[in-house]
Design a protein around this ligand. Structure first.
Ligand code: AGV
Ligand code: CA
Length: 314
């Protein structure tokens, strides 16, 4: 009897280098997926350290052949600089400095938006694109090469907020938007204008998984395991967010990422929505009868999510 095995999902990740994006990349390297490339967008990070950390995480996972493309486009609303420096500290963590970065043999890479075109063209369809930062690169690709839409089977995106407050606190803004959409609202609008299936993880669901003390400290029991040490360190570095921002750091991107391996953690609804692209609510995602349908995560089994992360990273 021949054994039939469903082929691993082909995935491209486009992240923006915050602590949670880096934890997401680490998780992704532990999944049974075919990781075809990683784009790094200079949004919630400084590009150079975020690129370096991305290489080091791929090295740690023994995936040095995976191409990493540096983003050169950015949205109109830059993230707060106080948040963007996290990757600088991550790059200096001992667990990422046990060895010098490995030599890259996968050939030259283009700027992320152009490299994304190549990856999509080359990929065996249907391709999954996991976006844990603004949609700037993907929107550029779809604008310049609309036919690429056919090659993308699913977009998994952490972004938006429907029935909860947003997390943007900028002068003149009403606070209803989530940062990944607010950074580049027109990019989100462009991506939403396609027919590509979108699975969305807005603040409504990510609010259910704050980085808790118990979750972070659980990694201590596995001290000495590199993946666990890195995960625990990334999570520990999120502490202080309540004191400075007024709300907790959540497993925003890592929750969206976990869907690729554990979709059973979630319940979903079909939500019709649009993106506000100007005014005081710029970047807000709103329910609208004439909007496009997204598959929106509504609830998550919280404890099972934390357990999932611990199991995969220890
Ligand atoms: O809005 C959530 C997005 C996620 O992609 N990011 C963080 C995650 O990577 C922006 C963000 C919101 N609040 C933040 C953020 C905070 N307190 N620190 C850093 N980034
Ligand atoms: Ca992010």
């Amino acid at each position: 009897m021949t054994e039939t095995r469903t082929p691993a999902r082909a995935v491209i990740m486009d992240h923006d280098g915050s602590l949670d994006d880096l934890l997401s990349l680490l998780l992704l390297t532990r999944y049974d997926v075919d990781l075809q490339g990683v784009a790094v967008t200079p949004a919630d990070c400084l590009l150079a350290p975020a690129l370096s950390v991305t290489h080091r995480i791929l090295d740690l996972a023994d995936l040095p052949h995976v191409q990493v493309a540096p983003g050169s486009l950015s949205g109109p609303h830059p993230f707060p600089m106080a948040w963007r420096t996290d990757a600088l500290r991550v790059e200096a963590l001992p667990v990422l400095n046990r060895f010098p970065p490995r030599e890259r043999t996968s050939g030259p890479v283009l700027p992320a938006h152009e490299q994304l075109v190549k990856w999509i063209e080359q990929a065996a369809t249907p391709l999954t694109i996991l976006v844990t930062g603004p949609l700037t690169n993907l929107a550029w690709c779809l604008d310049k090469h609309p036919w690429l839409e056919q090659a993308i089977g699913e977009i998994v995106f952490m972004g938006g907020a429907f029935d909860v407050e947003g997390n943007v606190e900028e002068p003149g803004h009403d606070g209803s938007a989530e940062w990944n959409v607010y950074c580049d609202p027109k990019a989100a609008q462009r991506v939403f204008a396609t027919q590509i299936p979108i699975t969305l993880f807005p603040l409504d669901v990510t609010n259910q998984v704050p980085v808790t003390d118990e979750f972070v400290r659980a990694f201590g029991a596995h001290y000495g395991n590199p993946a666990s040490d890195l995960a625990g360190s990334l999570l520990a570095m999120t502490f202080g967010t309540v004191e400075t921002v007024g709300s907790p750091y959540c497993c925003w991107d890592s929750l969206a990422t976990s869907y690729l391996a554990a979709p059973e953690l979630f319940t979903f609804d079909q939500v019709r929505c649009t993106v506000v692209v100007d005014g005081a609510s710029e970047g807000r995602t709103v329910r609208a009868d004439d909007g496009r349908v997204v598959r929106c995560a509504i609830t998550v089994k919280q404890e099972d999510f934390y357990r999932h992360c611990l199991q995969l990273l220890t």
